[in-house]
Design a protein around this ligand. Structure first.
Ligand SMILES: NC(=O)C1=CN([C@@H]2O[C@H](COP(=O)(O)OP(=O)(O)OC[C@H]3O[C@@H](n4cnc5c(N)ncnc54)[C@H](O)[C@@H]3O)[C@@H](O)[C@H]2O)C=CC1
Ligand SMILES: O=CC(=O)O
Length: 281
């Protein structure tokens, strides 16, 4: 028999979910109170339930942590998918997958014959900026392609033997626009850039110019500085693959995320340490 609702720990869910609605299996273990289904405005909803609830599902981790709340994140749940997307974008740019698709659909194969040559991924030198959980998965995949890997990260990682570079440019002091004109010029005409991280780490205006002028070979972009707006110039370029910030979007990763959330909530309600507690580096 299901325990009565009042005996279940209460969860306050603030934002409507993107890919699951906190139904089963959440409902079997928790009393889920959804702010967007409440007749009360959010402040009223929070003051009505905050006394009895101990767990809050929301975005805005930094603000919660400043108020002394324990915060759990998605841990490594998305790392495989984002790494797959990064390698997929690299292959798509080098082998010109989207352009080839358009070539066939437009009937140009029959009209014009051969499609322009692409370039192989195998053996290409790869620099990874940010060798965290996603970066490590990218490195693992690219090793299988025979690519020599090096990396830049905040600190050298003792667990890997890839060459470490302390800076990606001569004046690297912050993450914002760390991929600037000097990095793009160093990448050169045969180089490609893949971004599955955040748009703001690249100086997007400089990137657009480099692509338009052919100063780099191409780019695969899942993230942009001003999403969902994409610079107009990129839309007509054949050497760019555009993706709407979907690197994590697989059925499997959202299933894994739901399981991780439940495991974190169960740990929390049993006074055990959170599985993916966010801590300061
Ligand atoms: N496109 C998408 O759908 C997704 C994008 N992401 C983004 O991917 C990025 C990486 O995520 P994770 O690997 O899970 O994070 P992580 O925290 O495991 O790794 C981040 C790495 O970047 C390094 N880093 C941080 N600031 C740096 C700086 N200024 N210069 C050089 N290295 C720096 C850190 O030392 C760390 O090794 C994040 O920006 C995240 O927002 C994450 C999930 C999905
Ligand atoms: O970009 C998505 C994320 O989880 O970060």
């Amino acid at each position: 028999m299901e325990p009565p609702l009042r005996d279940l720990p209460q969860l306050l869910v603030i934002n409507p979910p993107a890919f699951f609605n906190y139904g089963d299996p959440f409902a079997a273990k928790f009393a889920v109170l959804r702010a967007w289904e409440s007749p009360l405005p959010l402040p009223g909803f929070l003051s009505a339930h905050a006394q009895s609830a101990r767990a809050l599902l929301c975005s805005g981790a930094a603000r919660c942590r400043r108020r002394g709340m324990a915060v759990a994140n998605a841990g490594e749940v998305f790392s495989d998918d984002v790494a797959d997307e990064a390698v997929g974008l690299a292959l798509a740019v080098l082998r010109r997958v989207s352009a080839a698709d358009r070539f066939v659909r437009r009937g140009l194969w029959a009209e014009e014959g051969d499609f322009a040559l692409g370039s192989k991924l195998a053996g290409k030198r790869v620099g990874i900026v940010g060798l965290g959980s996603i970066g490590l998965q990218v490195a693992k995949r690219l090793e299988a392609f025979g690519c020599p890997v090096s990396y830049n990260s905040r600190t050298k990682k003792p667990s890997v033997s890839y060459p470490f570079y302390a800076n990606v440019n001569s004046q690297q002091t912050q993450t914002h626009h760390m991929i600037d004109k000097s990095v793009l010029l160093a990448l050169g005409k045969d180089g490609i850039l893949i971004n599955v991280c955040r748009g703001a780490i690249i100086d997007e205006k400089e990137l657009v110019q480099s692509l338009v002028r052919g100063e780099i070979r191409g780019a695969g972009l899942d993230v942009f500085e001003n999403e969902p707006n994409v610079p107009e110039e990129l839309l007509s370029l054949d050497n760019v693959i555009l993706s709407p910030h979907v690197a994590v979007f697989t059925e499997e990763s959202f299933q894994d995320l739901a399981e991780l959330m439940i495991a974190n909530l169960e740990a929390f309600f049993s006074n055990e340490p959170l599985i993916t507690l966010v801590i300061d580096e």
